[in-house]
Design a protein around this ligand. Structure first.
Ligand code: 1GP
Length: 237
């Protein structure tokens, strides 16, 4: 089966970490997409305050330039478009807000089904956060701090049947996910591990890979400096 999930899974099986470039449609820069060639496995598209029209237009624009699969990383239930190759169906397991655990999913489910979009159930865990991230504000939840709690939450996600685990430090976070937390979570789960938030240098990418990230997600740093993609992409060839 030629799905996005099988591509992710095959990267993990072959121990070949993959890179996802996150594009916020409000800050879409076609020049960045043009620079993404070898080394970039996915475009993630999403943002906290967008509608489906916005998402669809951005995906169509990316697809005109590039053949790299586009995956929706939705900020809310309206960010669904049949133009994407897949959607990460995120459940915010670090929080206790029912809307972000199941409520919004009930609203999005019939749309996803109608659009025949590949849907990848993803356990989403917000970690650390020295400042109030957008995710915290929008969802009204607090990030997890303690390693034992993070590991147990990750494990619960896997046992509940989620297909991916996403450790999130928050968009533009000052502190990215520490190596110790990535490595600790990696030891207890067998599903692919995504790591993102505040990764803005080659060193931080290298550290995430060494600690066990199967997919490293980068957004803000590339919006600020598109030239960084070439230095980072070589780590994924
Ligand atoms: C945010 O994890 C992603 O949801 C990427 O974060 O924009 O800080 O790279 P950055």
């Amino acid at each position: 089966m030629n799905s996005v999930y099988s591509k992710i899974h095959s990267g993990k099986r072959k121990k070949r970490p993959q890179l996802a470039v996150l594009i916020d449609p409000d800050k879409f820069n076609p020049e960045l997409v043009k620079l993404c060639r070898k080394g970039v496995s996915y475009f993630f598209v999403g943002g906290s305050k967008l509608d489906s029209g916005n998402i669809g237009r951005t995906i169509a624009a990316i697809k005109k330039i590039s053949k790299i699969p586009v995956v929706i990383f939705p900020g809310d239930e309206k960010q669904v478009s049949g133009k994407a190759d897949a959607l990460l169906f995120l459940s915010l397991l670090s929080g206790r807000n029912p809307e972000y655990l199941i409520g919004k999913h009930v609203l999005a489910a019939p749309v996803i089904k109608r659009k025949k979009l590949e849907c990848i159930p993803t356990a989403y865990i917000l970690v650390n956060g020295e400042r109030n991230s957008t995710t915290q504000k929008v969802t009204g939840t607090k990030p997890l701090q303690e390693l034992a709690q993070i590991k147990n939450t990750a494990l619960a996600g896997e046992l509940l049947g989620f297909k991916l685990l996403y450790l999130e430090a928050g968009s533009g976070a000052k502190t990215n996910i520490p190596a110790k937390i990535i490595a600790g979570v990696k030891r207890v789960i067998s599903i692919p591990l995504l790591v993102g938030g505040g990764i803005d240098s080659v060193q931080k990418v290298r550290s995430a890979i060494r600690s066990g990230a199967d997919i490293v997600v980068i957004g803000n740093a590339l919006e600020k400096n598109i030239g960084l993609i070439e230095k980072i992409a070589v780590l994924f060839k």
